[in-house]
Structures are given as C-alpha cells and as structure tokens.
Design a binder for this molecule. Structure first.
Ligand code: ADP
Length: 159
C-alpha cells in the first residue's frame, strides 16, 4: 500500500491545501494530512482547531486521515509506515527552502521520498498567512477558504 504524508501548519487550511490533498489522494492509496506542531511558530489557531478544520474539509474522503506530529517529520513518517512526503509548490520562491528540506530528510532516511505537487494556478498566490492578513484587515476571503473556515476566521479575529 502506497501511503503518503502531507505535513503542514494548516493555519488555517485553504483551497490551495485542499487542491494538493485532492491530487495526493488520487495518487496514493492512503494520505495522512498531519499538522506539524512547531514550537518556534505561534499559530493563530490551536492544534485542536486546525485538526478539526482539516477533519471537516476531509470528511467524505475515504482514504484520508488527519493527524498531528511533533519532532522530526522523517521519524514520524517511519512510525506511520509512509514511504512518501508530499509538499505543495506554488512558485519558484517555495523551491529553495523545500529543496533544502527534502535533501535533509533524504539524508536522515533515504527510503522516504519527497514528492512535490504543483498547485492549480488559481491558488498559486494563496497562503494561510495571506488569508489571515486579508481577514484581519476586513477584506474578502471567500473563494480562498471554505465558508465554515471563513466564519471561524472572523470569529477568531473578533475575539
Ligand atoms: P508549512 O509551515 O509546513 O509551510 P503550510 O500550511 O503553510 O505549512 O503549507 C503546507 C504545505 O502546503 C507546503 O508544502 C506548502 O507549500 C503547501 N501549500 C500551501 N499553500 C498552498 C497553495 N496555495 N497551493 C499549493 N500548495 C500550498
């Protein structure tokens, strides 16, 4: 069984992430979308909230599960018996950091392959941080995140 992990902050999940989830779940037998707990980042949404939003989005996708992890991604992939790490590419600017991470991960475990998937061009400008920023300034975010996540964002920013 070809199992892949799609790790990320998902703060919050956007249509760009959903596009990659759809592509990856068509390509692999099982996809684990996993929220990375990064002690160096201060997320807007808690881990539980980010997982809940992903669960809502992935509900009905029978070969997708939502999880979280701390520590080394490669070690987590080994524990989960996953052979592949999925990352999304939007623009050339993503490439350098992703290339470095992929080679580092390959050094740690050469058996785990990183696969890059290109986003739909409609979402190539889209990131969680830009969605947060526009929402914070009261701008329109429909079409960037699902209506439920749009509502959650507004509620969160009004707190
Ligand atoms: P991270 O902190 O790991 O970058 P993100 O949630 O920002 O977490 O992104 C997770 C993954 O999804 C990364 O591989 C990123 O390049 C990809 N990604 C984010 N936004 C998009 C998008 N609009 N289209 C395609 N891939 C995306």
């Amino acid at each position: 069984m070809r199992k892949a992990i799609y790790p990320g902050s998902f703060d919050p999940v956007t249509y760009g992430h959903i596009d990659i989830i759809e592509r990856a779940r068509r390509t692999f037998d099982h996809l684990i979308v996993s929220v990375a707990v990064n002690p160096h980042k201060t997320p807007l949404f808690t881990l539980a909230e980010r997982m809940e939003m992903l669960q809502e989005v992935c509900c009905g996708m029978d070969n997708v599960t939502v999880d979280s992890f701390t520590g080394l991604l490669v070690r987590y992939a080994e524990q989960k018996d996953a052979q592949v790490i999925i990352r999304g590419l939007r623009a050339v600017s993503d490439f350098e950091y992703e290339f470095q991470m992929a080679l580092m991960n390959r050094t740690i475990d050469p058996a785990i392959e990183t696969v890059f998937m290109m986003t739909n061009s409609d979402y190539s400008f889209l990131s969680s941080s830009i969605v947060q920023e526009v929402a914070r300034l009261g701008g329109p975010i429909q079409g960037l995140v699902t209506p439920t996540i749009e509502r959650r964002l507004r509620e969160k920013l009004n707190q």
